[in-house]
Design a binder for this molecule. Structure first.
Ligand SMILES: [Zn+2]
Ligand SMILES: [Zn+2]
Length: 164
């Protein structure tokens, strides 16, 4: 959805509020089924002394298999979204601003980008997931198996040092 920000850019103190489900690129949820209940975005864009800022949050649940144990893991996110918006770039390039090129904002596109960048590189069911046994494949969060860990040669050296 495009938000028309003409009035916000033109008037100090003006603001616009939004509270909506973000439409994903392509066929909505089908574009990424891991967002099991979509993305809900709520917040406002306001003009404070000529500077237009966005202050919002994105709420979503993301489900994917754990990188260690392969069980489906769902986590809830409440992501703060803060941006400074400008219509046209004046002066040198600056990462601090979102440059619109006009007075309308592709809200869904911006939120979608923030959400994707916020997802962790490693997806775990819990930070202390024990993973799968490398020998027998048992899920070590649910069971203990009888496999012996292969001995790390560095510990052999340590042990021989301790023995002497
Ligand atoms: Zn796990
Ligand atoms: Zn095992």
């Amino acid at each position: 959805m495009y938000l028309d920000l003409t009035a916000v850019f033109g008037n100090d103190g003006a603001s616009v509020e939004f509270d909506r489900k973000i439409k994903l690129d392509g066929d909505d949820q089908e574009a990424d089924p891991n967002f099991i209940s979509g993305i809900h975005c709520k917040g406002r864009i306001y003009n404070r002394a000529g500077m237009v800022e966005m202050d919002a949050t994105a709420d979503f649940d993301y489900q994917a298999p754990c990188d260690r144990c392969a069980e489906e893991a769902t986590h809830h996110f409440n992501l703060p979204l803060q941006h400074k918006l400008i219509q046209h770039l004046s002066g040198e390039d600056n990462d601090e601003y979102i440059v619109l090129g006009s007075s309308s904002l592709d809200l869904d596109g911006l939120v979608w980008e923030d959400v994707i960048l916020s997802l962790p590189m490693q997806w775990l069911c819990s930070p202390d997931c024990k993973g799968l046994c490398p020998m027998c494949g048992a899920n070590l969060n649910q069971t203990t198996c009888g496999c012996k860990k292969p001995v790390d040669p560095r510990f052999d050296i340590l042990e021989s040092l301790l023995d002497s």
